[in-house]
Each structure stands twice: as structure tokens, then as C-alpha cells.
Write a protein that binds this ligand. Structure first.
Ligand code: 4AD
Ligand code: MG
Length: 460
């Protein structure tokens, strides 16, 4: 007999049929002559209530079942007498698949996120994390749907690269050299005997690859893991995170911001509709303002503000910032929060940043001082998207690289793309985990990643 998912069973109209489910016990209550067993199979937030009558052949054996145990239940789906569920299963047969040791830590009570992080291998079995990881899955799906509907081509950019796209030096180096044999040449590590014959690292962004493909296929995107050895133990930085990076040819910064706004609205609306129950849990237990925050994301017109004006607003503000921002410096998290959450109370694009605080590939504006960069800030998170129009003019790009001291030799192929049919093009990177934090109200990035990697944390 074919196994049914609880999610599907809860939607059926006609209950009079025999069904088979498999899952884990949430609770078991024994009554006179029968037991109520709540089973969850991970397909949805709701449990299926099972009525186990003492006439069951192995009724005595069911005493060994406790929270966390795995069972297979065959029985008929019937209208439930109890509150809170439409159907229940009157068991004809219950097979014990795996008992749970009495040390099972997820007994029916609420646990702190900090504690659950220490049992990351078990936390997806809680209601909250089950809901979170179903939303994560649906969000991945709808990202592909959004771009596919618009005719974007999905590119698999490499995870191992030789370049530092962002130029911030936050690289995880990878090597097959035995570290005790590492030799130095002129004060630098000699990688000539290493696997690739030169230094290699985990990618910080798929952008440079995406640009090459946008210059061939028009509109493309990458969606994959990226790695940054930022030693900042914050609530919104992980060492391994996923990024969605669209890249469009014949596209300027304004159209880039238009796409970012349209995408964020589309993804948010989809999740609110398709993950109603799971989002409902977060709105009830994690962030009481979640629904209005998300409606604001979907319905508002996002502000577009130059860096210069943003700094002006910050300087004018009465608020006492821990760090007083000077013109020319990058906004800190407290400044981002102020602009989006307190001042405008909605998403804000800040564009045209000073060139010195942005990477080499961003297009120089006519003022010679700023670049066509944009960051999208959203309430509660701060920066969720970073993007730019790219420098398509070979001579300007080369002098910018010279200025920064980047080796043009290493970037020869990137530079060559500006020699053969170079066009204005733009793109951005959306932090996938930051979007999940926005959608669920979860405040720590460690709690939206199955097995998070952060400084001093790689247990699982
Ligand atoms: O602003 P970033 O550094 O932009 C880029 O990497 C560009 N190459 C993207 C592009 O134009 N194709 O990163 C993009 C986004 C940030 O806005 C943030 O949401 C997220 O990636 N992000 C991180 N998320 C989690 N942990 C980290 N350590 C992150 N660093 C960046
Ligand atoms: Mg950024």
C-alpha cells in the first residue's frame, strides 16, 4: 500500500478510505481502552491524530512508544471528534519502526534557539524548525520560478575559484598541500606544486562568471553557496551562505533596482500564500508584527536615495549613533536600521556610493567619485541585496584596477570581455538567508541554515 503524506490527507474531502502514513510521535496519551497518538511526518505543521484501540493485536507493545519514536500506521481516515483537526486515523495496524530512547531531548515543551543550536541534528523535528526548512525549500523553488518566467538562464558558477571577486580578502584558501611542506618563495607561499598549480579559494560570489554568461545569453542568474571568512560574529553573517545573483545585459542601475524590487515582492507574496500555516507559526510565536512587515514589503514603493542624501539624513537625525558616520564611509548596521526602519519605515535603495568603499567592477559615475552601486535595505535586517551596474569600458576598468593595485594579469579573461562586444550590464546579489530571516522574523542567521558555519562553529 502506498504511503500518504499528512499534508495531502488533510486536504481530502472524502474520508472513508484506508490510508497508510509513516512518521514520528509527537505525543501519546493513554485513555481507558485506547490511546491518542499524535504523529508528524514532516510534510506540514499539523499532526495526524491516531486512535489506537486496545483491540489492536500489539496494543501492549505500544507502551514502548514515546515522543520521537517512528511508526507506520494503517487505518481508516475518519472525521475527528476532537477540536483542531479535520480528520483522524482509526488504526487497524501500528508498526513500530524505531523506538526513541528516553534521553530524547525534544519533549513537549518550548526550547530556546540557543539550546536547539546545540542539537542541530534534531532541531528540524521541532514545529518551528520544520516550518522554517519547508519555507527554505519553497523559497528556493520560487526563486527559480521567478527567473524562469522572465526568461533568465540559470548558470552554475564554480565554487572553487582563483580570484577574489569582492576584493575584500575574506577568502577560505583551499589546498591539497601538506601544510608542513608549504614552501615560501620571495616571502609568499609557493603554490606551484599545489593541486591547481596556483592559489585557489572558495568563491565569495558567482558574479564574475555570471557576467561572462550575461554577455552571451542576455539575462542569467546564479544561485548557490558562497563562502566568506569574515571573522565577524554577528547575527547576520555566516561563513557559508547562499546567494542569488542575476546579471542582465543592456541594463542600467535603474533597471537593476526595478528587478530587485519586483523580485522581492514576488518571492514574499508567494511564500505568504503557499506557506500560510508555516508563516502563521512565525507570526504567532516569533514576531507578532510579521504579517504587517511582509505586507509592507509587498505593497510599498521602495525609496530610492543617493548615498549623499542618506548621509545627510543620518547627520541630521537626532538619534545617537554609537558610530558617527563621516561622508565617504560605509554605513554600519545601526545606520542602515535607522534609515529603513525608523526614518522611512519601508525598503530603501541607497545608490551611488563613494568608489573607495566598493569593489573594482562597479561602474564609475561621471563625477569621478562615486560608482553606480546600490544596496537594498529592509526593516529588521538592513542590507539584504547588494548590486551595481558594471564597468563596461575597458580603459576605465583598467585604470580602476591599477588604482586599487589588482593584477590585470589574473583578470585577463574578465578584461577581455570588455574588448569583444562589451555592453552596459548590471546585476545584484540577494542574501538568501537574510531573506529567510525577513520572511520568518528569525533574528539570527544561525537559525535559518540547516547546519550553520560561523566562527568556531562546525560541529555538525
Ligand atoms: O553585497 P555583496 O557582498 O555583493 C556581492 O557579492 C556582489 N558580487 C553581488 C552581485 O552584484 N552579483 O553580497 C550580496 C548579499 C548581501 O547584500 C547580503 O544579503 C549577503 O549577500 N551576504 C551575506 N549573507 C550572509 N552572510 C554573509 N557573510 C554575507 N555577506 C553578504
Ligand atoms: Mg554588500
Amino acid at each position: 500500500m502506498k504511503r500518504s503524506k499528512i499534508r495531502n490527507l488533510l486536504e481530502v474531502d472524502a474520508p472513508e478510505e484506508i490510508v497508510l502514513i509513516k512518521g514520528w510521535i509527537k505525543t501519546k496519551r493513554d485513555s481507558k481502552g485506547f490511546s491518542f497518538i499524535e504523529v508528524n511526518d514532516g510534510s506540514c505543521l499539523k499532526n495526524m491524530q491516531i486512535i489506537a484501540d486496545k483491540s489492536l493485536e500489539n496494543y501492549e507493545d505500544l507502551n514502548s512508544l514515546s515522543t520521537g519514536a517512528a511508526v507506520s500506521v494503517m487505518g481508516h481516515l475518519a472525521k475527528s471528534q476532537g477540536k483542531g483537526q479535520k480528520w483522524e486515523i482509526h488504526a487497524h495496524r501500528i508498526d513500530i519502526i524505531g523506538i526513541a530512547d528516553h534521553s530524547y531531548p525534544l519533549q513537549k515543551k518550548r526550547h530556546s534557539d540557543e539550546f536547539l543550536r546545540t542539537i542541530a541534528h534534531l532541531r528540524p523535528r521541532t514545529n518551528k524548525y520544520g516550518a522554517l526548512f519547508r519555507i527554505r525549500s519553497e523559497l528556493s523553488y520560487v526563486i527559480h520560478e521567478f527567473f524562469r518566467n522572465k526568461g533568465f538562464v540559470y548558470i552554475h558558477s564554480p565554487i572553487i575559484t582563483a580570484l577574489d571577486c569582492e576584493g575584500a580578502g575574506e577568502l577560505f584558501k583551499i589546498t591539497t598541500l601538506d601544510l608542513k611542506d608549504v614552501r615560501q618563495k620571495n616571502g609568499e607561499i609557493d603554490y606551484t606544486n599545489d593541486f591547481f598549480g596556483r592559489g585557489a579559494n572558495l568563491t565569495v560570489s558567482g558574479q564574475l562568471s555570471a557576467e561572462m554568461f550575461a554577455l552571451a545569453l542576455g539575462d542569467v542568474y546564479t544561485f548557490g553557496p558562497t563562502f566568506r571568512a569574515e571573522n565577524s560574529n554577528t547575527r547576520r553573517h555566516a561563513a557559508e551562505f547562499w546567494m542569488v545573483e542575476p546579471e542582465m545585459s543592456f541594463c542600467d542601475l535603474k533597471a537593476d533596482m526595478d528587478l530587485a524590487e519586483e523580485m522581492l515582492k514576488y518571492l514574499t507574496a508567494h511564500i505568504m500564500e503557499k506557506c500560510r500555516d508555516d508563516i502563521g507559526l512565525f507570526a504567532e510565536f516569533v514576531d507578532k508584527n510579521l504579517i504587517s512587515t511582509l505586507e509592507n514589503i509587498i505593497e510599498s514603493n521602495y525609496i530610492r536615495l543617493s548615498y549623499e542624501k542618506a548621509v545627510h539624513i543620518l547627520k541630521q537625525s537626532e538619534s545617537k549613533f554609537e558610530y558617527k558616520l563621516n561622508f565617504g564611509e560605509d554605513l554600519k548596521s545601526e545606520h542602515e536600521q535607522y534609515i529603513t526602519e525608523h526614518h522611512f519605515k519601508k525598503p530603501v535603495f541607497i545608490y551611488d556610493y563613494p568608489k573607495d568603499i566598493k569593489p573594482f567592477y562597479m561602474r564609475l559615475n561621471d563625477d569621478g567619485k562615486t560608482v553606480a552601486a546600490m544596496d537594498l535595505l529592509v526593516p529588521r535586517i538592513g542590507e539584504i541585496i547588494g548590486g551595481s551596474q558594471r564597468e563596461e569600458r575597458l580603459d576605465v576598468l583598467e585604470s580602476r584596477m591599477d588604482e586599487i593595485g589588482l593584477s590585470k594579469k589574473n583578470y585577463w579573461w574578465y578584461l577581455e570581455s570588455r574588448m569583444f562586444g562589451s555592453v552596459p550590464h548590471s546585476g545584484f546579489g540577494l542574501g538568501f538567508e537574510r531573506l529567510l530571516m525577513l520572511l520568518t522574523g528569525i533574528t539570527n542567521i544561525r537559525d535559518v541554515i540547516p547546519f550553520p558555519r560561523t566562527p568556531n562553529s562546525i560541529e555538525f
